[in-house]
Ligand binder design. Sequence first.
Ligand SMILES: [Zn+2]
Length: 483
Amino acid sequence: MTKNILRICFFISIFICCFGNLLPGQKARSQKPSLVVVIVIDGFRHDYLTRFKSQFSRGGFEFLLGRGANFINAHVNHLRASTGAGHATILTGASGHLSGIVDNEWYDRSLHRNVNCVEDPSAPFLGEDHGAKDKTAGRSPKSLNVSTVGDQLRLATNLRSKVVGISYKDRAAILLGGRLANAAYWWEPTTGDFVSSTYYMNELPKWVKRFNQEKFVNQFFRRHWDKLLDDHAYAVSRADSFPHEMDYKGMGIVFPHLVDGSSKNPDKEFYEAFSHTPWADSHLAAFAKAVIENENLGNGDFTDILAISFSATDRIGHLFGPYSVEIQDQVLRLDRLLKDLFAYLDKKIGVNNIIIALTADHGTGPIPEYMAGLNIDGGRIDVIPSIVDSVLDRQYGQGDWVEAFLKPSVYLSHGEIKIRNLKSADVENTAAEELRRVREITHVVTRTQLTMGDLPPDIIPRRFLNQFYPSRSGDILVHWKPY
Ligand SMILES: [Zn+2]
């Protein structure tokens, strides 16, 4: 079981190319690279590299696989492996117990609400239609406690190195960049534009405004996303029509997918649909080139870092699952996109002068009903808060015992515990014992166990501990069976 969990959730690969050492007939790479390009593919499973290998181009993934180092036994060492936590780890080396980024969001007991891992009301959005509207909607890396590679590079060069993070997701761009990044830019679904926050600058640079004015996304309104290759190329994927795939914003579950958000004009609905197509990555790649040109990256005396996190693989994986024709098509299109990006980097800066690293923030689980249909025990459970609430009602009297539940964390009401003069450890344990009786649950770990170091000698509790940050984590952490 543990092996399965590892394969599905945590496999992560990193390729690093030092091209100058590898391309025959070219000059040796200068001592320091001009530019480090860190590419994160959100939700990219390691097996995508092997399942679809025969259909890769020569210049995309194959370029890295053939000429770089391929780390096939590297793991994310924390639970839950979400986008925020993953991106906070990639360039810091620290899991949530140090970085403080325990998940995409967590429950804040003083604010009595969930907070986003890059939320910062003191750093409002910069971009069209933003700013004064929602004062809680600012973004910055203020919740990230540790430094990134980029932060250390900036410190080491008297801030002469430039560091920029970009993504369709705010948390990905911001957490890869770190506290000292020159800029982080992410995509905003209400406008289809790239935005930033006042943490980095007073207003968006002119070139970003110009880039946004071109409305790259709108050219795809009402277009159909169709398959890149002939039908027979998709034999390694599940039949296209599978009822448990999600029909998101009218895109349907079979090719060709009409991308209009069921709207009459390009609007938020359309932009959100668009972000679930391979074209979203094309948009980000175009923006990456604009960053290199306009920020003059890789052209100075000091090494620069550009971190790019492509989000479409994750979103398409969420809708259609990792065994779908859609995910295969996405990976093949991303491969061609990377080929184009690498060719651009070579032409612009020269591959001798660049280091490229490619990795993922986490994997993608299969659709539970698909596994169940194959007689593999799969399904959905949504009973954890109610189980906790009823067992504590029975044991200690009626109360609102669960203050918040964010998978996999139950945040107990400390008020209910205090009013009754109970010991937290006892209440946690009562709830945990009841949860351990649920057939689909494999591990339940409590706050007291984590803080006292009283854990079973197993990799799952250890990974919970690596992500445990007392003021942000829950009181009971639950892990369930694969699928
Ligand atoms: Zn992710």
